[in-house]
Design a protein around this ligand. Structure first.
Ligand SMILES: Cc1ncc(COP(=O)(O)O)c(C=O)c1O
Length: 354
């Protein structure tokens, strides 16, 4: 009954919620280090703004997100008409694929990357071209070698989920130089705020040079607003006008707009989150080394780990101890960096299992 391309889709499996593990295993205190959420919670200013917005929920949201657009344009030093908003950046990945990919067009992305790219490509009926990785990173020469007249859309995840690696400015420029102007490149920067590497390419700086580039970002990660769903993109105004044709009306709701606007102004919450992540990363690197668990150095708020056995075994054992992580495949897992208390609990649980 459904389209063939839809039947090829494996439904997205989110990180297991703490409430489910609590119910299933009868545990009281469960921590989730599985979905790269902000362990400090949302900004207090955002909570206050959303509480205020509750009183006007009888009114449809402002579809163009006027205030948020204005504030974000000022912050990013871009024109307001180069911004577009989504019910999370997830929705935007899907909208972009629907807008640009026709059945048979090729959609390229890294073999170990964000799973929604393949869902979005399949919804649009695109042919998926997965590029094998080079040392857990995007292999840019591999992307370039697979460009064909059928290539329509390229997803680059920077930093990459789940491996935490980045592509450098030189690699990004090499790719953009090689890609024909009629091919859309989506640079997914969901975790860019966490990056401290000097040679990280800030996508926004390349927009004027490459009108086929779309940069995607989100309020779900460092801003701690995953629950209200607020994502945004920045692109040439012509691209934005195409996206606006199919963007569902009111897709960024009133609470999300109010929360995102307030979170944007809460610099203290942002720096506290970065500090927590940096300290947690250093602690986890040291402890994982002691435990003999290999990992890939990360530029994000999660660590890609290689266990000595199938990650599923570790997932099950940790879950019994009230710690939820994410399996990726085989022996590979992904662990979100939590608060120091959560990180210590994870390490204790891993020590107990070993
Ligand atoms: C790389 C990447 N892109 C996009 C998203 C989607 O985020 P959201 O829809 O919450 O904005 C995620 C979420 O995990 C992600 O890891």
């Amino acid at each position: 009954m459904a389209k063939k391309s839809v039947m090829q889709i494996k439904p997205y499996v989110p990180g297991k919620p703490a409430a489910v593990v609590q119910r299933e295993l009868g545990l009281k205190d469960v921590i989730k280090l599985a979905s790269n959420e902000n362990p400090l919670g949302p900004s207090k200013a955002a909570v206050k703004a959303m509480a205020k917005a509750l009183n006007t929920l009888n009114i449809y949201p402002e579809s163009g997100a006027f205030e948020l657009r204005k504030a974000l344009a000022k912050r990013l030093r871009v024109k307001p008409e180069t911004l577009f908003f989504g019910n999370g950046s997830n929705e935007l990945l899907q909208i972009i694929a629907e807008a640009f990919v026709s059945p048979g067009d090729e959609v390229m992305f890294s073999a170990v990357s964000f799973v929604v790219y393949s869902i979005a490509a399949n919804i649009a009926g695109g042919t998926i071209i997965q590029i094998p990785q080079d040392n857990f990173s995007h292999n840019i020469d591999g992307f370039i070698s697979r460009l064909s007249p059928k290539t329509k859309l390229i997803f680059i995840c920077n930093p990459n989920n789940p491996t935490g690696t980045i592509i450098s400015k030189a690699e990004f420029e090499k790719l953009m130089q090689a890609v024909p102007k009629n091919v859309i490149v989506v640079l997914d920067e969901a975790y860019f705020e966490y990056v401290d590497a000097k040679d990280f390419p800030d996508g926004i700086k390349y927009l004027s040079k490459y009108p086929n580039l779309i940069v995607l970002r989100t309020f779900s990660k460092i801003y701690g607003l995953a629950g209200v769903r607020a994502g945004y993109g920045i692109a040439d105004a012509d691209i934005v006008s195409i996206i606006e044709r199919i963007r569902p009306p009111f897709n960024i709701n009133s609470l999300a707009q109010a929360g995102a606007l307030a979170a944007l102004g809460d610099k203290a919450h942002l720096s506290a989150t970065l500090k927590t992540n940096k300290e947690g990363r250093a602690y986890l690197y040291a402890e994982l080394k002691k435990l003999g668990i290999k990992f890939v150095p990360t530029q994000a708020n999660f660590i890609f780990v290689m266990f000595d056995k199938n990650a599923r075994i570790y997932f099950e054992e940790l879950q019994k101890k009230g710690v939820i992580i994410r399996t990726v495949f085989d022996n590979f897992g992904r662990i979100t960096i939590g608060t120091m208390k959560e990180n210590k609990r994870l390490i204790k649980a891993l020590n107990d299992i070993k």
